[in-house]
Design a protein around this ligand. Structure first.
Ligand code: PMT
Length: 408
């Protein structure tokens, strides 16, 4: 047994009914090896896949299935109070739906509603269920309440199908549990008290009063970053292209429409910023001419719109003398490291987040993303499919690591 953050800590392991329940037994064993006390609780469905006796053998504690097993001591309340961290693995679509709507109709869901410790959910299900709008909405809701969603991974599923939906590796789930128990920096997050500029959404380049050149960016990634940095105690200026999203509470927002307006807003704030994160999808080109009147559809000016390049805001910041850490995004159709590194160096960045924009569940206008993070000091971190809230947290962790490295 090591001396890691799990030693002597109390982990509540909630298992729901999917084929991946057998991997929860492996997770229980790994948690015990890492020094934790593990209390397993199972849904009836989970117990059909792996019996409580398996968890009892591994953990040395009674694995509970029913609310009424110990009614005098109000089992669900007691189990929730004992936990330092709660891990739900596998979390089925049904379990996530119940958590997200506050349904407490068995021991696992009743215990969840009593928890005050950090909560981790590792979903596992068939791809169709993971991609259903109901599941997406439930995951986004849980993430907004602070539940850390780990995975799922892409891989082989029950019945031989392949796709996103496979339970993350038990080692990865364990690492996430351990991370929640790491003693924070003495004065909290390294972002506390810093000034961050975050850009979000897409720009619109007008042709006439009704038409524009735009893109599908919703602002979700940038808003998630602004919310996470604000949660860590930073003062956040969010510069947003048109978006339907509610600005995160406590974040100051400047609304812009075009790339030139975004450039002016960023440049005005960048000098005072400690960190600039550019998640916005800035149009690379804009029409040379803006027509004050709506163009008739048969006009030549509409048949061929002449474009001129927009300034590359990030490259401009990187080329000027600056103290701020610069974080850029790259919208790519693969996570190709070499091209990402080239962009990192060419734009003078400290960190680049390469994200996939060619898949239905990552990139533009969805709640999830997959990314490869590269830092100027040569580190790489691959983030498999996860929520944008979770990716925002990983990015903030990396920014903190860069700040730590810069410290004298
Ligand atoms: O808003 P969502 O729907 O949540 O979608 C999120 C996202 C996919 C838009 C986001 O995660 C993302 O990838 N943003 C960057 C999109 C992009 O413009 O990528 P790029 O490879 O073209 O640009 C690279 C970097 O340069 C980006 O940080 C961009 O902000 C910056 N840039 C680009 C062009 C320009 N003229 N000025 C810039 O500063």
């Amino acid at each position: 047994m090591g001396d890691g953050p799990l030693v002597g800590r109390h982990v509540l392991l909630g298992v729901s009914g999917g084929i991946a329940a057998y991997k929860a037994a492996e997770l229980a064993r790994e948690l015990i090896r890492a020094g934790a006390t593990v209390q397993a609780i199972l849904t009836q469905g989970a117990a059909s896949f792996v019996g409580p006796a398996t968890f009892e053998g591994l953990t040395g504690r009674r694995a509970h299935v029913g609310v009424f097993e110990d009614p005098h001591r109000i089992l669900h309340v007691r189990l929730a109070r004992e936990a330092d961290v709660a891990v739900f693995a596998p979390a089925t679509a049904n379990l996530l739906a119940k958590f997200a709507s506050g349904i407490a109709d068995d021991l696992v869901t009743s215990t969840y509603t009593c928890l005050t410790c950090p909560v981790i959910a590792a979903p596992a299900m068939h791809t169709e269920m993971w991609e259903h709008p109901a599941t997406r909405a439930n995951v986004a809701r849980l993430a907004s309440w602070g539940v850390r969603i780990i995975g799922p991974e892409v891989g082989q599923l029950a019945g031989g199908d392949e796709g996103p939906g496979r339970l993350s590796d038990p080692g990865e789930i364990l690492a996430a549990a351990a991370q929640t128990l790491v003693t924070p920096e003495p004065d909290g997050s390294l972002l506390a008290g810093l000034r961050l500029v975050v850009t979000a959404g897409g720009t619109r380049e007008p042709i006439d009063p009704v038409r524009y050149i735009g893109n599908r960016s919703s602002g979700k990634m940038g808003y998630a970053l602004a919310a996470e940095a604000q949660r860590r105690g930073a003062t956040v200026d969010l510069i947003s292209g048109p978006s339907h999203l509610e600005p995160p509470p406590g974040v100051s927002v400047s609304h812009v429409e075009t790339a030139l307006q975004m450039r002016d807003a960023v440049v005005a704030l960048a000098d005072k910023a400690d960190v600039v994160i550019k998640a916005a999808a800035v149009a690379d080109f804009r029409p040379v001419d803006y027509h004050e009147q709506k163009l008739k559809k048969d006009t030549a000016a509409l048949a061929s719109v002449i474009l001129t390049p927009n300034p590359d805001i990030l490259a401009e910041l990187g080329a000027r003398p600056h103290d701020a850490l610069l974080v850029g995004f790259a919208a790519e159709t693969d996570l190709e490291e070499e091209r990402g590194r080239e962009k990192l160096h060419r734009k003078g960045l400290d960190l680049i987040v390469i994200n996939r924009v060619d898949m239905a569940d990552s990139g533009f206008n969805v709640d999830t993303n997959r990314a490869l993070l590269l830092t100027m000091d040569g580190r790489r971190r691959e983030v498999p499919l996860t929520t944008k809230a979770e990716l925002a947290s990983v990015i903030c962790d990396e920014v903190e690591a860069l700040i730590r490295m810069r410290a004298p």
